[in-house]
Write a protein that binds this ligand. Structure first.
Ligand SMILES: Cc1cc2nc3c(=O)[nH]c(=O)nc-3n(C[C@H](O)[C@H](O)[C@H](O)COP(=O)(O)OP(=O)(O)OC[C@H]3O[C@@H](n4cnc5c(N)ncnc54)[C@H](O)[C@@H]3O)c2cc1C
Ligand code: SF4
Length: 340
């Protein structure tokens, strides 16, 4: 395993570019080597997939790990395997996810979500594992240390108040990753590995309602893969993302819809720390064919259950867009569902 000490910019640096802090860099070549290295100091180590979120965050002083473990040299994390289910390695890049013909054919909402992430360069670096474990984001947090210090910091880092919900005791920063909502709608499972063994859990149970500790990964665990049920005949899906620009922008709201002959699953993302699965009355979820009236009922349920906050700004606009976005995501499926 390669180990390098990175000196970082240091406190004396006063140039125009935000410097990295010092850290030790480990680059294991196998998963076994990686879990052992992580187990040696789990609370003091950060994992790095493509680094497209970790590195800006280190520069902003949001994390100060003593060690970074780069996962990019571990071949087994980059595999896509098709058997009774479909297993996507955590190291599969976002670009490959967007282009892979089987993903596009079987899980189009996932391919659309991947295709919408960041820019071509960032998609070639960024990984599925990094997207699923992406830190939560907030307009009061994803700022330089100087900016945050001027405001007096907040619950998520070095402070005692939340600027979004001042009376609140919990951070409500948003999970702004694009792939979790469609993967939850497809009922994906997550595979995690540590020196203690491998465990799987539904992706829907991975996320928690606290923006500081927003997922259930233990400090010594590595996300190794996502498992998707084989695509059922007639399954249709769509993904829509609301953002300020149509490129290089995180979602301000996202909607994944998966419709089969017997169920409708709608998952809304970029609200708070975890994606929200919209609860639907049995009669509404099972009604076929989808009609303008049943789509309206689903969109109204989503609007009643989803409440954007000021974490990502412009909450009145985002709230007003929940129902129309759900409606559009479902209308996009109507023709194909009726045919199936
Ligand atoms: C300008 C810009 C625009 C962006 N736009 C979007 C966007 O529109 N949508 C979006 O979803 N993202 C966006 N991103 C964020 C990021 O590029 C993607 O989310 C990317 O998929 C992250 O993957 P990564 O491998 O680079 O993650 P990393 O930065 O390497 O890691 C992210 C987090 O995941 C953890 N991690 C990584 N791999 C694993 C693993 N295997 N097991 C456990 N933990 C792991 C890291 O420790 C870290 O906490 C944007 C970033 C930038 C800079
Ligand atoms: S939601 Fe509140 S505590 Fe969390 S990052 Fe934003 S301001 Fe900080």
């Amino acid at each position: 395993m390669t180990t390098v000490k990175i000196r970082g910019g240091g406190a004396a640096y006063a140039g125009p570019v935000l410097p990295l802090p010092p850290f030790e860099w480990l680059a294991p070549r196998s998963l076994d080597e990686a879990v052992r290295a992580l187990a040696a100091a789990p609370d003091d180590t950060m994992l790095l997939g493509g680094g497209t979120d970790v590195l800006p965050n280190l520069k902003h002083g949001l994390h100060t790990p003593r060690r970074l473990i780069g996962l990019g040299k571990i071949d087994e994390l980059g595999r896509i395997e098709v058997g009774a289910d479909v297993r996507l390695g955590a190291g599969v890049t976002i670009d490959r996810l967007a282009r892979e013909p089987r993903v596009r054919a079987w899980y189009p909402a996932l391919a659309a979500a991947a295709e919408s992430i960041a820019s071509p360069q960032l998609r070639r670096m960024g990984t599925l594992g990094g997207n699923l474990c992406l830190d939560t984001r907030c307009g009061f947090y994803n700022q330089t240390a100087f900016w945050r210090g001027a405001l007096g910091h907040c619950l998520k880092a070095e402070g005692t108040v939340c600027h979004v919900v001042p009376a609140g005791r919990r951070c409500v920063a948003a999970l702004s990753a694009d792939t979790p909502a469609p993967l939850i709608a497809y009922q994906a499972e997550l595979e995690l590995r540590s020196v203690r063994g491998t465990r799987t859990l539904p992706l829907a149970d991975f996320y928690a309602g606290d923006g500081v500790h927003h997922h259930q990964r233990a400090p010594d665990e590595i996300v190794v893969a996502v498992r998707l049920p084989a695509p059922a005949p007639g399954l249709r899906s769509s993904y829509l993302k609301l953002r300020t620009r149509q490129a290089i922008d995180f979602p301000l709201l996202s909607v994944a819809a998966v419709v089969s002959a017997v169920s409708v699953r709608v998952v809304v993302g970029a609200l708070g720390p975890r994606p929200r699965q919209v609860r639907l009355a049995d009669g509404v979820a099972a009604a076929r064919p989808l009609t303008p009236a049943s789509i309206d009922a689903i969109a109204s349920a989503a609007a009643a259950q989803c409440h954007p906050l000021a974490n990502l700004g412009d909450e009145p606009w985002r709230a007003a867009m929940v129902a129309p976005t759900v409606r559009r995501a479902l209308h996009a499926l109507v023709a194909s569902v009726t045919e199936a």
